[in-house]
Structures are given as structure tokens and as C-alpha cells.
Design a binder for this molecule. Sequence first.
Ligand code: NAD
Length: 351
Amino acid sequence: MNQQPNRPTAATMRRKDDLIVITGAGGFIGGALTRYFAEQGFTRIRAVDKKPIPKWYQRVPGVECLCLDLREPEACRRACEGAVEVYNLAADMGGMGFIERFRVECLRSILINTHMIEAAWRAGVDRYFFSSSACAYNVLLQQDPNVRPLKESDAYPAMAERGYGWEKLMSEMFCQEYWAERGLKTFIARFHNVYGPWGTWDGGREKAPAAICRKVIEAKDTGRMEITIWGDGTQTRSFMYIDDCVRGIDMIMHCDQLIATPINLGSSELVSINQLVSIVEEIAGVKLRRMYDLTAPRGVAGRNSDNTFIRQVLGWEPSTPLRQGLEATYRWIEQQYYDRKAGRATVRDEM
Ligand code: NAD
């Protein structure tokens, strides 16, 4: 079911020289999406990020790279000039440690989405993609580790994650109204925890899978065979591998049934943080003493993706097994860790 369903994608719908704009392209998912389209032979890709270009996680040959702060309307106008498709992945974000501490920064991403969608509409783009999040869901439905998977209608009545989640919900609404009032075809995916190589693994914005891989690697390297886990480790989540994420974005963006309709894009393989640690230990071939930091941010008690809708519309869902995706992620972070130790350049987010 998961392989290549016969769905419209950029490759089947677009000319290879149609201009594709990807924002947040210096980050994890935007970088992977840029590479994905470049590998399919698209010749005009414009990648945009506010980070200075040497700090981008991935630099793809042949891609136009622009360093712009998309909180500014003029920067958004420049980014969208001549575009046929816009994928807006730019946001000030990070794992729980970041979104619980920096709510104002998270909320201020509303400026990016407000100006980007207006600029895209003015530029006459054909399709506009917005990366929403499972944090847009009502937190009251996520108080038990044995959570019922969240289906799309669970965002309302609204009680989103403070800061970050409300910004996503409000930006979703912009997408819906630009379609309803102005006829811009918008597409909204609610990502559930994405992980994989070329993601943030250090510095304070990293998410649980990368943080746990790094801590296990550090423990092995230093010989201090212990690990600190945020919370009591019983919190549950699902984690989507990056390859599934970019493939899903492409299919969602080219499915007319999904215009202005939020859809989950996530794995439905639920694990506790304790189980996640066990998988990483197994990959690393170690067993660590676990310490629990009950004062650290832990987020909601449980969250999973209900994939009924995506299966029904696309005949597909993210299904890379966690063990397999983590193996690739662990190996990549290990390489980064030792590169840094040896003084070589690595992917790293500065706070
Ligand atoms: P990331 O932090 O790696 O990438 C985001 C990029 O946006 C960064 O490179 C950052 O420099 C850029 N950016 C921030 N502010 C900007 C601005 N004003 N102008 C231009 N660029 C700016 O994050 P990611 O994991 O790649 O996430 C991409 C999108 O997916 C975000 O919208 C995020 O909220 C959403 N999302 C991600 C996850 C996940 O698990 N990674 C889950 C849910 C939603």
C-alpha cells in the first residue's frame, strides 16, 4: 500500500522548468524537499531561508538560494516572484524545549505565513502549501499516554498548544479563507514529529529522536553510561521518517480533493519515549542507566496520528518502520558528532 500509489505529483503535473519556491529551505524538511525536487529534474527551484547561506543544512547544486527574512512583506514578494508553486516551511520552531520556552517567537511566525500567502496570491501562484502541525490539535484530547489517534476534526473546538499550536491553527485559517474568498488553491498538512538525517541534532531546537540518538552517542563516547530522559518516559508519540514526509507533501499538494482541507501527515506507529530510548540503545549496542528529569518540558502525555483520511484520499500513508528510520538517523548523527569532535563542519542550530 505504501509504495508508489498512482497519484498526481509535481512530476506528473508540472513542466520541469516551472518555478518551485521552497521556504525554510535552509532547515530540515525544506532542505529535504529541495533535494527531492532537484533529484526529479526540476530546473528552476528557488530556496529561501533567513539563515546565512553557509549555515543551511543542505545546499543543492543548481538551486537558486536566497537569504531573506520572510517576516517582511517585501521579502515575501521577492520570494514569490514568478512562482508556480510555493511550499512554505519557514517557521521559528524546535522541539518541546524550544516551543515551551519561546512562545512569542513561535507566535511571531504568523508574520511569515500572513505575508507569504498574500505574496503568493498576488504573484498568481497556482498552488500554495502550508506546513501545519499536530500541535494545532486540542490538548485536552492528549492527556493520556494511551491516546486515541487524532483525526482531522479534533482540532475543533480549539484548544491548541500555547504559542506554536495557535499560530499554526490561525495560519491554517488564512489558507482556508484565501481559497474561499480569493480562489488560491491552498494545501495544509499537519505534520506529526518528523525525524531523519539532516535534521537539527544539537543546540536546543532538536526533537526527541535526534536528542536521544545524540545522548546515546555521547554516553558511548565518554563512557558515562547513563542517559537523562525528559519527563517520566511514559509519554507517547509517533515519528515520521523524512522520506515519507517529502513524498506526502508532494501528493497532498497535487490532490484537488484536499484544497483548503487540513490533513494529517504522520506515522501511526505509537511508541513511548522509553521505547524510543530502547530502540536507539539496541542500534548502538549499549544499555544505559536511565535518569528522569521531571522538571524538563515533556509536552502532552500522548499523541498519535489517525491516518484514516489520508489512506482514503491518497491510498497511502507514511510507513517507514521506526527502527529502520532511526538506524539511518543514528548513523548520520554519529558521523556529525565525530566530525564536530574532529573540528569539521556540521549541521548545528545556534540558539
Ligand atoms: P527547521 O527549523 O529545521 O526549518 C525551518 C527553517 O525556517 C529554518 O531554517 C529557519 O531558519 C527558517 N526560518 C525561520 N524564520 C524565518 C524567517 N523569518 N524567514 C525565512 N526563514 C525563516 O524546521 P523543520 O523541522 O524543517 O520544520 C519545517 C516546517 O514544518 C515548520 O513550519 C514546522 O513548524 C513544521 N513542522 C515540523 C515538524 C517536525 O517534526 N520537524 C512537526 C510539525 C510541523
